[in-house]
Each structure stands twice: as C-alpha cells, then as structure tokens.
Design a protein around this ligand. Structure first.
Ligand SMILES: C[S@@+](CC[C@H](N)C(=O)[O-])C[C@H]1O[C@@H](n2cnc3c(N)ncnc32)[C@H](O)[C@@H]1O
Length: 154
C-alpha cells in the first residue's frame, strides 16, 4: 500500500462541522480555495479547461469507523459503503466542486463541504458518462420519496 501525503489544503468558510449544511437534497454553494503545494503546481497544467473537479480529501478530524450507521435524515442503519459517512475504514472524502478560476497554485471553487485546513489527497477532472436513466439511488431514493416510515426529514 502507498502512504498518502497531502498535495494541498482546503481553505473553507467552515471551522466546525456544525456549520456545514446537512440534510436531504442540500446544495453546497460555499466557495473555497484549494491551495496546491508548489512542488505539484506543474500537475495543474490545463486544469482551467474543466468546469468541475473531483476532490479526494482526508476526513482528518473524524475518528474510527462504523460499518453500520444512520445518516442524520434516516433512522435506518446502512452500511458505511452505502453512505457518505465521515467515519470510514479509510477516511477519504470525495467532493465535486465547480472550478471558478485558477490563480497559480490556487484553485477557486464553489461547492466545498469540508472543514478549513482539510488535506487534499488528489484532484481529477469531473466527467460524467452515466445517463441519468441508468442511475439508481438505493435507500436514498426511498427516503427522498418519503417511503420510510419514521423518516426524519430536515
Ligand atoms: C457527509 S460527509 C460528505 C463528504 C464528501 N462529499 C463525501 O461524500 O465523501 C460531509 C461531512 O463531513 C464532515 N467533515 C468535513 N470535513 C471534515 C474533516 N476534515 N474531517 C472530518 N470530518 C469532516 C462534516 O460533518 C461534513 O458535514
């Protein structure tokens, strides 16, 4: 296995997890900056042409993991790999952000949902090739349709 190391850090308006919007259908509109370490700047070449990016990052302020857990908007337990829980065996987060502009080693983005100072592990251009009619949303679709008795909607 490789040992991960940050390629940069997130500047985000969120200093505490309680400030980050949560809930069903929540839209993340907050702007932030992904500052890439100077030694990796060459790796940003041509990134300006992409409207959206995948950001892989570390849940550096979560501890341990839970294989079954209930998200805040459902009272049923789901497997960690069927959720976006921060408490995972490998604490890796994945966020799609909109690239607003690049200024050297700084990527100004919209859509951050991570805490200020979060370590960035990788960045890749977002490319969606799955037609929406082929997508299934599992247990989340049931919650969205209000089928789950006792569901607590935000
Ligand atoms: C539900 S997770 C989803 C994150 C990402 N979009 C994903 O799908 O992997 C988002 C939550 O992670 C928590 N979080 C954000 N940054 C974190 C960090 N650096 N360390 C630990 N928890 C963090 C906050 O509670 C935030 O509301």
């Amino acid at each position: 296995m490789f040992t991960s190391r940050p390629i940069g850090f997130v500047s985000s308006p969120y200093k505490d997890t309680s400030e980050i919007p949560k809930g069903l259908g929540v839209k993340h509109e907050a702007e932030g900056v992904l500052t890439i370490l100077p030694e990796f700047e060459t790796g940003l070449t041509d990134i300006e042409g992409f409207s959206h990016l995948f950001v892989l990052w570390e849940f550096d302020r979560s501890q341990g993991f839970e294989l079954l857990g209930s998200p805040p908007f459902d009272n049923r337990p789901h497997g960690v790999f069927a959720t976006r829980s921060p408490r995972r065996p490998n604490p890796i987060g994945l966020t799609v952000v909109e690239l607003l502009r690049r200024e050297g080693i700084e990527l100004h983005v919209r859509g951050v949902d991570m805490l200020d100072g979060t370590s960035i592990l990788d960045i890749k251009p977002y490319m969606s090739s799955i037609p929406s009619e082929s997508l299934r949303r599992g247990w989340l679709a049931e919650v969205e349709a209000g089928k789950n008795q006792g569901t607590v909607l935000p």
